[in-house]
Design a protein. Structure first.
Length: 438
């Protein structure tokens, strides 16, 4: 696919409606979620100095964006930090933005924002690529003031003159935007946190790779810069070494991996040792060779429903055709169990269970309290990533992340890159294959 088309596609995908959210007391969190927005453990945290040579970058994205798109924006920002530190002008650290409540986090029993990154990812693994720190750790060390916000917006005509060109242009901030000037500071919705304000606000039009903004950051005197609407910046080298290094560093949190492994063992007698899915504790040393025989003795399927029924109804099959396709894959791979990750209604899952040997990781109140909806989604992805054979949903970023995980484990492509077809496709296309580059 030509680069221009890829840029344009991401610009379209990254457009969403900014929505407001209420601030709620975070004392309602459960075991893993309770007091989650707290300082990192000594093992996770790096020591940060307050010298003038240190700079800190935090980012935010459009409020309507989902969990997996936000993971992708992290990769772009991580590689932006890599490029900034290669300049050797300052030492840049990425301050991890607290997680807001996502559209797909539908449980209402417990408050699920703001949440630190340690809720979902292994901070020590992130620090093996670039210096990172939780926002709460930054607040504890330097205070709650954000020195400068750079608010990004797309150019009205990205192909002005017939070409897509990487560019950035400072503009006067529009009269209506998400930050208000009050008592000498800019205030707004900062991840659902109280008592946060910014000293300076700049608005810019931006398009192209994330590196287009490096000079704007490097020439700023601000210690902490919040780069808002960062989804407008694209990957500098999608699918290349830097991309995959950042992607590989996104190791799931241990408590989520442990729960996924417990489920695999209990219901599928699946373990890493016997399934050839052992991963090195240091992602930098994980370079598996593709093997035919990997994964537990079960088929995994990600079936996207809900919003896809309206927005992408031509991309997903009916329940009846879903059953037909899964039965065919079971027979082809000599398997007799199906793990289903889905956002389908319970009534739809019950229809599938009547006709298929389906297992699901159910979203119970107890599990939401322990892991949150986001953690449960990661557990689903973890279990899917370890199946012998996987089938995803067309154009779903949830499925795409599972493809990536399976690439990192070392599955053969034909055991990974499969997707459900709609009822009218006689020759179902395969999803794009992105090979790991080391």
């Amino acid at each position: 696919m030509p680069c221009v088309n890829y840029y344009w596609l991401l610009l379209i995908v990254s457009t969403a409606i900014i929505c407001g959210q209420q601030l709620v007391d975070d004392n309602q969190h459960g075991q893993h979620l309770s007091s989650e927005f707290s300082p990192s453990s000594a093992a996770d945290a790096l020591q940060f100095s307050s010298t003038n040579m240190n700079r800190y970058l935090m980012y935010d994205v459009n409020d309507g964006e989902g969990f997996n798109l936000r993971r992708d924006v992290y990769i772009r920002m991580a590689n932006l930090i890599v490029q900034l530190n290669r300049r050797q002008q300052y030492q840049w650290t990425l301050v991890l933005p607290p997680w807001k409540k996502m559209y797909h986090w539908r449980s209402t029993h417990y408050q699920q924002f703001p949440l630190p990154w340690k809720t979902f990812f292994d901070i020590q693994s992130l620090n093996k690529l670039i210096p990172v720190m939780e926002y709460q750790d930054y607040i504890n060390q330097f205070g709650s003031t954000i020195d400068e916000i750079i608010y990004l917006q797309p150019f009205p005509d990205p192909f002005q003159g017939g070409n897509f060109v990487d560019k950035v242009e400072q503009i006067q901030c529009p009269a209506i935007h998400k930050y208000q000037f009050l008592d000498g500071h800019y205030v707004g919705y900062f991840f659902g946190l109280n008592n946060i304000a910014a000293q300076k606000l700049r608005c810019m039009l931006a398009q192209g790779a994330a590196s287009v903004i490096t000079s704007q950051l490097a020439n700023s005197n601000a210690r902490l810069i919040l780069l808002d609407r960062a989804e407008n910046l694209l990957h500098d080298a999608f699918g290349q070494v830097d991309y995959w290094n950042a992607r590989r560093s996104l190791v799931f949190a241990k408590h989520l991996r442990d729960e996924g492994n417990r489920y695999r063992l209990e219901f599928f007698n699946s373990t890493d040792d016997q399934d050839n899915t052992v991963r090195h504790s240091d992602w930098r040393l994980q370079k598996p060779k593709k093997k035919q025989k990997r994964g537990g003795n079960y088929l995994a399927v990600h079936l996207r429903r809900r919003d896809f029924l309206q927005g992408r109804k031509n991309d997903i099959p009916s329940l009846g055709d879903t059953v037909t396709q899964i039965k065919k894959a079971l027979k082809k791979n000599a398997l007799d169990k199906v793990f289903l990750a889905t956002d389908a209604e319970k009534s739809e899952i019950d229809v599938l269970k009547v006709q298929l040997p389906i297992y699901t990781y159910e979203t119970t109140p107890e599990r939401v309290q322990l892991f949150g909806d986001g953690g449960i989604a990661i557990i689903d992805q973890w279990i899917c990533s370890h199946a012998k054979y996987f089938i995803g949903t067309k154009e779903s970023t949830f499925s795409f992340r599972i493809y990536e995980e399976r690439e990192l484990i070392g599955f053969k492509s034909k055991m990974t890159y499969n997707q459900l077809c709609n009822d009218h496709e006689s020759n179902c296309e395969k999803p794009s294959r992105w090979k790991v580059v080391y």
